[in-house]
Design a protein around this ligand. Sequence first.
Ligand SMILES: Nc1ncnc2c1ncn2[C@@H]1O[C@H](COP(=O)(O)OP(=O)(O)OP(=O)(O)O)[C@@H](O)[C@H]1O
Ligand SMILES: [Zn+2]
Length: 471
Amino acid sequence: MTAIRLYNTRTRSKEAFEPFDARNVRMYVCGPTVYDRAHLGNARPVVVFDTLFRLLRHVYGEDHVKYVRNFTDVDDKINATALARQEAGAPGTLEDLIHQRTEETIGWYHADMDALGALRPTKEPRATEYIGAMVAMIEGLIERGHAYEVAGHVLFDVRSYPEYGRLSGRSVDDMIAGARVEVAPYKRDPMDFVLWKPSDASLPGWESPWGRGRPGWHIECSAMSYELLGASFDIHGGGIDLAFPHHENEVAQSCCAHPGSDFARVWMHNEMLLVEGKKMSKSLGNFFTVRELLEQGYPGEVIRFVMLSTHYRKPMDWTAEKAREAEGVLRHWRALTADAEPTGPDAELVEALADDLNGAGAMARLHALAKAIASNPQKDCFYEKGVFLASARLLGLLDEGMGGWAEGVDLSALAGKLADLRTAAMASKDFAPVDALKSALIAAGVEVRMSKAGVELVPGAGFDPAKLEGL
Ligand SMILES: Nc1ncnc2c1ncn2[C@@H]1O[C@H](COP(=O)(O)OP(=O)(O)OP(=O)(O)O)[C@@H](O)[C@H]1O
Ligand SMILES: [Zn+2]
């Protein structure tokens, strides 16, 4: 069995991955707060953990991996969006408008992430479906002396959990010094965080032992992961921006609610997608959505290609240059494998992925495999193409279902024309028309292969179909 090694934020080292149960490998990833379209940064954890999901399925078997990614559909940002719609005159109660907003956003999210070739997780729980589990967990925390009720709120008592801060490697005192914590007079410690808060009549709320209210964000993930994956599971993922406080708080809640359990054994965090050196984020306003890119004509596969080409633990930028290159390469690869049937993925590529999900290494291997096929035009390379295609698909690329490509350009007519010109030139001894067409094709990024057997045209890395017009 392929040995997987993963970098664990908790131990700050790369470790051999050993699931609790190889027949039931379990992963939880923090999903989106569904109040608006996903921006390109939000797509990075989706692509990263989808690639890990694919690798785990390859190694342990499709039916032996469970991937849970939640939808946070209780959040003040969602309430604010719905309220703004109501104030703008939209009909319906606030609850109706909230529901409409979350439904709509989940639909968009699915469409956008499907376009990136991301498989749907095994389960996609919504926070609103697990309020009972959250209330039960909070009650348990109060009973065990880890939480207290005050002024209609329930707060987690960070001083009751000596390990608090271990995941992100800080002490409570350092955190207080460095963090912008919400100061509330009723908190025993400034780092104590909300498990439950009251809702007034204008806000969504659920009955609870502490009155009508709603859960805090952190408890949502603790409760949903417990319900669907159990008290101890294998991998917990998300963006590095969530490590503190969100994940630190998840650890505290879950470990205190289920003493003796591990919660998540491996913590994985993707680095940020940046715009001019800053994290792409809604609050900074420096974002563009996945949908905008798709509408500009970038196939989802191109976005995925660009993301995979940088290691997930390195920050990355999106540039039009990278996208153009990716598009050329993918066109070339699609043409190269047009007649191929996927077999099994290349061992070296699997090894790269198994080494802490080295997507950049895996992509380098794909390039090398493609090069070996393209530089061997005498052979049909049927076997090699099958391995190449299976390898690309393990990365979620070159899938049949991946849409977004402009109408396929049919190079066969141009190949026929070039062959005819050559035949005519043999008789007339005037090769100028042949050379002119050949140069134009090369200028458009097409690889021209002329042999006695005939003419073959393959889109190359810089292929630009617009330049073929009029040829
Ligand atoms: N710029 C980014 N690069 C990579 N991942 C990101 C980026 N911004 C957010 N994420 C990740 O996207 C996922 C969804 O996050 P969430 O819905 O909380 O984001 P958000 O609140 O919409 O984003 P923002 O941080 O822009 O306010 C999380 O795993 C988060 O870490
Ligand atoms: Zn979470």
